[in-house]
Design a protein around this ligand. Structure first.
Ligand SMILES: *Cc1c(COP(=O)(O)O)cnc(C)c1O
Length: 341
């Protein structure tokens, strides 16, 4: 069966770089949503704990429970609690959702600073504090999310940064007015953290950089270029044959041999997460050429190996497929075995 390896050394190397930018491991909240970006939720959580990461960000309550033992603090981005846990906090994404939380629940308030996806509007800030206090929720933090932290043009990024600075100021006085303990503030994803020269927030929510697949625009990429991909995919050969000039391979007969080749067929297809749109232009890190279309459970390569390293850098696979590393990684199915190496 095709399988995934996770390079512990690369993961720790990335965390070293991130910790330097965030000014301490304790400021890193590692984003583990979507099966830790396809890497394997528990595998990454256990390595992160071993490294000394204390904070995690997940999408759902179930993910939070699955990694609860590894962290002191877990932020759930979009779910409600099934049961109270001291360690888990929930995001308020919309002013009308405040009623969904039971009294005593730890919450963080997300504010829209210009991405226009989740979060209350800045104009709703006072009303939100009022509702949170009336509902007796434990408000711990205020945060926002950037739309353009990885774009070359800094206009939108700066606009959101300034908007959040204003929101912070108002939230500080509202927090004391409503009797909340001083709030934590956070706005940085990987790209924003790597863009900042002088990070000064309470926490950074870091996903893709930890997995070594952050792409920054030229001029802003001095630190991100040092990151190393953590994940590799290996596939096992199912069958092999010799093909000759004019033979074609796979659905649609899109590959036609110009001469004789040994052709090996492997057990990794788009059903497993091998992006089908990479068909036609994909070459493995060792220079092995993909022949024809990726099919559901199979892909064919011009080589004679029992086992094939399909990719070890999601950025280059994503480029061949016309997408981003995030999609190449999160497409990998959870049933693929993960091995830490
Ligand atoms: C996914 C996510 C992150 C992490 O983003 P990266 O680009 O992977 O670092 C941070 N914050 C929020 C709210 C997210 O949804």
């Amino acid at each position: 069966m095709a399988y995934i390896t996770l390079k512990r050394q690369n993961f720790f190397h990335n965390l070293d770089i991130i910790a330097k930018l965030s000014k301490g491991k304790d400021k890193i909240a590692l984003v583990l949503k979507d099966n830790a970006y396809g890497h394997g939720l528990r595998e990454i959580a256990s390595m992160a704990a071993e490294y000394g990461i204390k904070r995690a960000v997940v999408r759902s309550y179930d993910e939070a429970k699955a990694v609860e033992e590894f962290f002191d603090y877990i932020l759930v981005l979009a779910d409600t609690p099934k049961e109270y846990s001291e360690k888990i906090r929930y995001t308020i994404n919309d002013i009308d959702s405040i009623e969904q939380f039971e009294a005593g629940t730890k919450v963080e308030l997300k504010v829209n600073s210009g991405m226009n996806r989740n979060g209350i509007e800045p104009s709703e800030l006072e009303r939100a504090f009022e509702k949170i206090a009336a509902r007796d929720l434990v408000l711990e933090a205020l945060f926002t999310h950037h739309a353009c932290a990885d774009e070359a043009d800094e206009k939108h990024y700066k606009m959101q940064k300034e908007a959040f600075a204003g929101i912070k100021k108002r939230a500080k006085s509202l927090a004391s007015e409503y009797g909340f303990a001083p709030l934590r503030y956070h706005s940085c994803n990987s790209a924003a953290l790597f863009r900042e020269r002088d990070f000064d927030e309470d926490m950074a929510r870091v996903g893709i950089a930890a997995y070594g697949c952050l792409e920054m625009p030229k001029g802003l990429d001095t630190e991100s270029k040092k990151l190393l991909p953590v994940l590799s995919v290996y596939a096992q050969r199912i069958s092999k044959r010799n093909i000759f000039a004019n033979d074609t391979v796979g659905y649609g007969a899109t590959f036609e041999a110009d001469k004789a080749y040994c052709l090996s067929n492997y057990d990794f297809g788009y059903g497993d997460g091998f992006l089908r749109s990479a068909s036609g232009s994909f070459v493995t890190p060792q220079g092995v050429v993909l022949a024809g279309r990726i099919s559901m459970d199979n892909s064919s390569f011009l080589c004679d190996e029992e086992e094939l390293l399909v990719f070890d850098d999601a950025i280059s696979l994503a480029k061949a497929a016309g997408t981003i590393s995030y999609e190449a990684l999160t497409s990998l199915k959870s049933y693929l075995p993960r091995k830490i190496v």
